[in-house]
Design a protein around this ligand. Structure first.
Ligand code: F6R
Length: 242
């Protein structure tokens, strides 16, 4: 595991963006695995800036998002579909038909999950971006998720619902309770994994990821078993590492 420590959120965003930009330049037909949430917002800003200034092209790239809330219409302000378009896709030259996000409003969610898993088998992810939950979740794979888990319908823990309430007028009753998420096993199929974390509230989870026991109680600890993982973490997130 390669650990890159940086000063703060801004530096994390720049450094991680640089890694992605290099990867896209080296392989224009790259399959990118992408994440949502607060962690990658600055990173995506840097990708957009680079696209405007240097024209790094995504027209031959494909993207596959980790997860999507269930039960919200696709155009709802808080779907990950909307998030990705507003923060990244609307501002670069990726083709709409090359953008894959699980459909959280599908009539048959379990079929949608199975189809997404099949899609990922046919399109191995070259570079998977991850954030990490305060409880060590990756994607929406909460503590206790099986390490060999596939894309599936998952229930969000009260901790994650609370953490995400900030996007729903601070009201946790408005946060969907279920999502479709790549499984831990699905995520582990990626060739390279890039995990970013910033802030004190991530320090415990980062310590568990890097130095803890590999255990399904801390899903991110599975990354100790992956051959090519890069962490870009800021001082606060790294503050409990020995
Ligand atoms: C997002 C995702 C989640 C987040 C995690 C951290 O697609 O799968 O695992 O990466 O909840 O969220 P933030 O970055 O908001 O702290």
């Amino acid at each position: 595991m390669k650990i890159i420590k940086v000063k703060n959120y801004e530096e994390m965003s720049k450094k991680a963006a640089k890694i992605i930009i290099e990867a896209v330049k080296n392989n224009p037909e790259i399959n990118l695995g992408l994440a949502t949430g607060g962690s990658p917002v600055g990173l995506y800003e840097n990708l957009v800036k680079d696209y405007k200034e240097n024209a790094t092209s995504y027209k031959n790239a494909k993207s596959f998002n980790l997860d999507e809330y269930m039960g919200l219409p696709q155009d709802h302000a808080q779907t990950y579909y909307t998030f990705m378009h507003e923060n990244l896709f609307n501002h670069i030259d990726i083709k709409e038909e090359n953008i894959y996000i699980p459909k959280g409003d599908s009539a048959n969610a379990s079929e949608t999950a199975n189809e997404y898993e099949e899609l990922l088998k046919e399109n191995q992810i070259d570079l998977q971006l991850l954030g990490i939950g305060t409880n060590g979740h990756i994607g929406f794979n909460e503590p206790g998720s099986k390490f060999d888990g596939k894309t599936d319908i998952v229930a969000l823990t009260p901790e994650t619902i609370q953490a995400n309430a900030r996007y729903f007028e601070g009201n946790h009753d408005l946060v969907p309770t279920k999502a479709i998420s790549m499984g831990v096993g699905t995520i582990m199929q990626a060739k390279t994994i890039l995990l970013i974390a910033s802030g004190k509230n991530k320090a415990e989870a980062i310590k568990g990821l890097v130095e803890g026991q590999v255990s399904e109680n801390l899903p991110a600890s599975v990354l100790q078993n992956h051959a090519d993982v890069i962490l870009v973490i800021d001082e606060e997130a790294a503050s409990l590492l020995s």
